[in-house]
Design a protein around this ligand. Structure first.
Ligand SMILES: [Mg+2]
Length: 143
């Protein structure tokens, strides 16, 4: 079974526009239909957790974790809970979710767009398995 851990800010949601990133909801819908396990690990406080609720994201995700600071333990926890899943991580920060995903042995996909598109990997741990710039490329990247 394939499982994808999504980042929230600037991956699913564009805080500058105050709306979903283009193509994000269609992809979630499709992945859900294809029986992917979907997880969200987001950085933030109650305010962000409330926003995630208001956006109706609970209908897509099997589990949502929102914490003030993301830690590798959050990724390890999911691996432990779903030991048979084949994990992917999808996010816009090579220094955060891509690094943690790599350290867990997951397949990492860097969403190179927006504010952190120029924040390049500085070591092997930060190097993504694949890089995409648009949701249209996500399905292909998961193959
Ligand atoms: Mg992000």
């Amino acid at each position: 079974m394939k499982a994808i851990i999504f980042d929230f800010n600037r991956t699913l949601y564009d805080p500058d526009q105050g709306s979903f990133v283009k193509g994000a909801v269609d992809s979630l819908q499709k992945l859900k239909e294809e029986k992917f396990l979907l997880f969200l690990i987001g950085k933030g406080t109650n305010e962000r957790a409330n926003l995630i609720n208001e956006l109706g994201l609970h209908r897509y995700f099997d589990e949502i974790i929102v914490k003030e600071e993301k830690e590798i333990e959050d990724f390890r926890y999911l691996k432990k809970k779903y030991p048979d899943a084949d994990f992917y991580v999808f996010g816009d920060r090579v220094k955060k979710e891509i690094r943690f995903g790599n350290e867990c042995g997951f397949k990492t996909i860097w969403f190179k767009n927006g504010k952190f598109a120029s924040e390049a990997p500085e070591n092997d741990q930060e190097k993504p398995w694949k890089t995409i710039e648009d949701y249209e490329e996500l399905e292909m990247a998961l193959k």
